[in-house]
Design a protein around this ligand. Structure first.
Ligand SMILES: Cc1cc2nc3c(=O)[nH]c(=O)nc-3n(C[C@H](O)[C@H](O)[C@H](O)COP(=O)(O)O)c2cc1C
Length: 132
């Protein structure tokens, strides 16, 4: 069955452990029910999230994420159909941004806007394969 895979980036607004725990708690509960899986990379200056699941479930979830005031500048970076999940079995994996990700300075300088879809996918591929 074809699935939607969507990646977006955003700027955390009021990032701390409590906010992150709350987001992940909600995500894991809702996503399990909606057959959505994915991965949320979290850093003080950046959220990068991959969502995958049935078209309608991902569309509905992305709509509510767009409205969420715990982050700003929500920008879609990839939107495609796929046959296979990258994070099968993960209601929402979380990952602290690692050194191979764009640095804060690079993000501030607009690196995300110059990256293509493959670059965003590569970030999540590495996590899914536990490389890096
Ligand atoms: C960075 C970020 C990632 C989020 N990821 C998810 C998610 O994967 N699944 C989800 O249900 N809600 C996620 N949310 C929360 C949604 O925006 C929204 O608050 C939630 O879906 C509402 O669910 P509720 O009606 O059960 O409280 C995320 C929010 C933020 C700020």
């Amino acid at each position: 069955m074809p699935l939607t895979q969507l990646i977006y980036s955003s700027r955390p607004f009021g990032f701390d452990d409590a906010i992150l725990s709350q987001i992940l708690l909600t995500a894991r509960r809702n996503n399990a029910n909606a057959h959505v899986t994915g991965c949320l990379i979290c850093r003080g200056d950046l959220y990068l999230q991959l969502l995958e699941g049935p078209d309608e479930a991902v569309a509905r979830l992305y709509d509510s994420i767009l409205e969420d005031d715990r982050h700003l500048e929500v920008t879609r970076r990839l939107h495609r159909q796929t046959e296979t999940r990258l994070f099968d079995g993960w209601a929402m994996r979380d990952d602290p941004a690692q050194s191979w990700l764009w640095t804060k300075e690079e993000v501030d300088a607009g690196a995300l806007d110059h990256a293509d879809e493959d670059a965003f996918l590569a970030v999540f591929n590495r996590i899914a394969r536990r490389i890096g």
